[in-house]
Design a protein around this ligand. Sequence first.
Ligand code: GUN
Length: 282
Amino acid sequence: MTAEVISGKELAAQKREEMKQEVIKLKQEGTTPGLAVILIGNNPASRSYVKAKQKACEDIGVHSVLIEMEDTISEQQLVKEIYALNEDDSIHGILVQLPLPNHIQEQAVIEAIVPEKDVDGFHPINIGKMMIGEETFLPCTPFGIVEMIKSKGIKMAGKHVVVIGRSNIVGKPVGQLLLNEHATVTYCHSRTNDMKSITQQADILVVAVGKANFIGAEYIKKDAVVIDVGVNRLDTGKLCGDVKYEEAKEVASFITPVPGGVGPMTITMLLHNTIEAAKRHA
Ligand code: GUN
C-alpha cells in the first residue's frame, strides 16, 4: 500500500478560508490585523518566503508592511526599527526573516521584539511558555506540523516520535510540541551514532536537516508517519525535500510532499498567530 498524502496545501487553503471570515469580523469590530515583515539583504530564498507571506496576508485581508534593509545595516539600526514597530498600534505581529547577516546577533534581534508581537514564537519568553505548556505564540513550522498530524486523526500520545534536526526554529520546538501531545520524543542530529537504528523505531519521523533526499526508505519503519520539513532547490530548479519521497511513500502510512506539504502550513500558522495577536490587542 502506498502512503496517504498529508496535503499541507489543502489543509492550509481550508484554514485560510476560515481565517478570512475571522478577519472580516475583526475588521467590523474595528481592528485590522497587521503584520510587519523585515527583510535584510538579498537572499533569494528569504525573498521568496517573504513574498509568499505577504501574498498570504493580502489573500485573507491582513494588513502587511514590508520593511527592506541593506545587508550593511547595523544591529543598532535594526533594533531601532523593531522598537518603533513595538510601539506601532497598527502592527500586531513583527517578523524578522532569518537568517541575518553575520555581523548581526540573531538572538539580540529576536529579543528586541516584544513577546506580545512575536508571531514567530522565537522570543525566549514564548519558548519558555511553550515548554511549560502555557498558551502562547507557537513557532509556525512546528505548529503547522502538529496541525497536519491532527488533521488525519493520527494519535500522538504514546507514540515514538523521532526528530532529525535540532535547530531552534524547527527541530527543538517540534519535539517539544509533540512531547506536549504526550509522545515519546527522541532527537537525532549530526553527531548521533547509528541514526538508522533509531529512526527505524519511529512511529512518527520528522525530518528537518536541510539536505536534499537525505533519508531513504531504509531509515523508515513500515507504516510510519513521515513529515518532511526540507525545502531544497536542486540544480534543475526543482524543489525537493529531505526525504526520498518516491521510495518513502512505499513504506510509510502517511507522508507530506514537497512542495505542498509543511511549507504552506508554516505560513498559515503565521497568519493564525497574527490574527491571535490582533485579537489579544483589541
Ligand atoms: N527563516 C526560515 N524559516 C523562518 C521562520 O519561520 N521565520 C523567520 N522569521 N525566518 C525564517
